[in-house]
Design a protein around this ligand. Structure first.
Ligand code: C2E
Ligand code: MG
Ligand code: MG
Length: 628
């Protein structure tokens, strides 16, 4: 009797079980399921060997004992197949209730199979010194039911492709294929008892490729990593558990050297390891996330940690770190792992001032605002995809030529119900997530197409002003992209005037100047928008090669309402006019305002006094009527 192959399988399984049991684990359901697979497979291969001996000594052992051992082995084979199916179902059914329902269905098939294996006849092949195996109806049922479970596992892997982690799918498919292959070989050459060993090899592949707990650890700190965090959070949401999350980022004092930072981080981490019944994760960046399963514990430990931070770190407790804390008392204010991380990032970006006051606790209001922002993001995306971006034109009156000689192109989008959404609602969000680049291109393309389609001379239009966001201005390929669009439409660059605003960062200013140079060489001119708001200062006009300065609506309003603002505007006006630049006064709403601006020598007037922004057709009708 040759049991070398089975013994190799047993040794392999024991080695893997030894390592696996000693590794630090996240308590994921997949880990538990995998552990089950390990144990059942080890039992199966061991029973395989025991059953061979039982058959060999069938003449000396009680018949009933041999029967029980062989049937136990057959049942364990079915169990291994069932465990592989359960393992893959964990990925497919994230909700605990759905998962349980499906597993119960499969158990309804497994239970009668096990009963049949124990009641149907079984025969033994035991030619002295050669081959030992079982056959008969009980074996037949074993093969059929194991095969059904294996096929079901493969079927799930193929059908629920998107739901199953790709690495898991590949590993499990490999495991199933070598297993079925081995069963096939053993079926035809029944002296080759390789099924158990093949199964152990398959499990080893899954272990190395996917279930090695080391891959869930952050090497430097020993905390669980981002991938483990996502899996764990998904599991908690799947189970509909209530939990609290504390995220902390350390603001390190500037003079701290790089190696000191690492030491301090390790000191903090070892302190955090003292917190009982929590899992600690190192998320991307320097963020440490603590998941508490009990809100009371969370609050108690936050107070303790807070006190600890006052005591300082390092050997002499002389290094003081300021944590940037975010605390989510009830994680079920959102319902997915992705959302909770998004929520923390959102809170950190938008409520920085509050986070500076040591800890920011996330309440329903912050969640509401985040949802609102997400909805707007979706709306912008839909508008871009479904061509619901529109451009309105607000006429600009020339006080010298006494007619409308230009207009400002202003973007609008329609929501799914067809309602018009003004830029005030979405521009900031589009700037934050970068969608403004695409949106800006669409607006520019539409303006070019519009200008190409009309006889501008006939309408008295010299050029159209198009807004550029600071994000677009800091985009290295802006000039190239805009020139390409103009080339495509064969549009004269003289018809375009781009509006820029002051950008805070120096690097952004440098890129903007490079972009401006290329575009100006091409023939496009520029205006400086929003002058007179917090975003502008006089130096900027000196630095920026613009032809026009646009006085913001706030500045115009202040001119009429605030005696001092008058002097500021007068001074600015003289300086700008001294530089031979033109001025557009925005937000002119009344005849009195218009007359005053005209008397001051302002070159262009824009405002509701003349017209609100208009859609293309109405804008052309307006020009036809007014520019006679
Ligand atoms: P802006 O470039 O300063 O545009 C002028 C804004 O003032 C427009 O608001 C216009 O409708 C409004 N306005 C003009 N005259 C009056 C008036 O007499 N009274 C009042 N109450 N408002 C007046 P809108 O269209 O809502 O645009 C707001 C801002 O959104 C724009 O300010 C601009 O910064 C941005 N924006 C609009 N379109 C675009 C675009 O295509 N790209 C980029 N990047 N930003 C845009
Ligand atoms: Mg503008
Ligand atoms: Mg403006």
């Amino acid at each position: 009797m040759d049991i070398k192959i089975q013994c190799c399988g047993i040794v392999l399984m024991l080695v893997m079980i030894y390592f696996y049991s000693r590794q630090k684990k996240v308590q994921l359901n997949t880990e538990k399921a995998f552990w089950r697979v390990f144990c059942v497979t080890l039992a199966c291969i061991s029973l395989d060997v025991i059953s061979l001996y039982a058959i060999k000594y069938i003449n000396v052992l009680p018949r009933i004992l041999v029967s029980i051992i062989c049937r136990a082995y057959l049942t364990s084979l079915v169990l291994v197949a069932l465990c592989s199916l359960i393992y893959i179902c964990l990925d497919v059914y994230k909700k605990r209730s759905e998962y349980r329902k499906v597993i119960f269905h499969w158990l309804y098939i497994a239970a009668p199979a096990a009963i049949l294996i124990f009641v149907l006849p079984i025969h033994y092949q035991h030619k002295e010194g050669t081959v030992y195996y079982t056959y008969g109806p009980a074996v037949f049922v074993t093969y059929i039911s194991a095969f059904v479970f294996l096929l079901a596992t493969l079927w799930y892997s193929a059908k629920e492709k998107t739901k199953i982690n790709q690495r898991r799918r590949e590993a499990v498919v490999f495991w199933m294929v070598i297993w079925i292959g081995a069963a096939w070989v053993q079926f035809f050459f029944n002296q080759l008892l390789i099924v158990g060993y093949a199964c152990a090899i398959g499990i080893m592949v899954v272990y190395l490729k996917l279930e090695n707990p080391e891959t869930n650890l952050d090497r430097k700190t020993g905390l669980f990593n981002h991938s483990a965090l996502m899996q764990y959070l998904r599991q908690l949401y799947g189970k509909e558990e209530n939990f609290s999350v504390l995220s902390l980022i350390l603001k390190q004092p500037k003079m701290l050297q790089a190696n000191n930072i690492d030491d301090i981080e390790l000191e903090l981490v070892s302190y955090l390891f003292r917190i009982p019944n929590v899992l600690l994760f190192k998320n991307s960046g320097d963020e440490i996330i603590i998941v508490f399963l009990n809100k009371g514990d969370a609050e108690k430990w936050i107070t303790i940690l807070d006190k600890r931070f006052y005591r300082g770190w390092g050997v002499d407790l002389t290094i003081f770190l300021q944590p940037d804390w975010i605390y989510i008392p009830d994680a079920n204010v959102v319902s997915t792992a992705e959302d909770i991380l998004y929520l923390m990032r959102y809170a950190r970006e938008n409520y920085k001032e509050m986070a500076d006051k040591r800890m920011l606790s996330i309440d329903k209001e912050i969640v509401r605002q985040m949802r609102n922002e997400k909805e707007i993001e979706q709306m912008i995306m839909d508008a871009i995809e479904k061509n619901r971006v529109e451009v309105y034109y607000q006429p600009i009156y020339s006080t010298k030529e006494h007619q409308f000689t230009s207009a400002e192109a202003l973007v609008r989008i329609r929501d799914s119900e067809g309602k018009m959404v003004p830029p005030g609602v979405f521009i900031d969000i589009a700037e934050q997530n970068g969608m403004i680049l695409k949106l800006g291109e669409i607006v520019f393309e539409k303006v070019c197409r519009f200008l190409k389609g009309i006889n501008t001379g006939q309408y008295g239009i010299h050029y159209i002003e198009v807004n550029l966001s600071v994000v677009q201005c800091a985009f290295e390929h802006l000039a190239e992209t805009y020139i390409n669009i103009m080339e495509k439409h064969k549009l004269s660059p003289k018809l375009i005037n781009l509006e820029i605003t002051e950008s805070a960062s120096l690097s952004a200013k440098k890129i903007l100047l490079d972009n401006m140079k290329v575009l100006m060489d091409y023939g496009i001119r520029f205006s400086l928008d929003d002058f007179g708001t917090g975003q502008s200062n006089l130096n900027y006009i000196v630095d920026m090669p613009v032809d026009i300065v646009k006085f913001d609506r706030d500045m115009t309003r202040a001119y009429f309402e605030n005696g001092r603002a008058k002097y500021v505007m007068d001074a600015a006006m003289h300086m700008i006019q001294g530089m031979k630049l033109k001025i557009v006064s925005e937000g002119i709403e009344t005849e009195e305002q218009y007359k005053t601006m005209e008397a001051l020598g302002i070159s262009y007037i824009q405002g509701y006094y003349f017209s609100k922004p208009l859609p293309e057709k109405e804008f052309l009708e307006f020009l036809t009527l007014q520019n006679k």
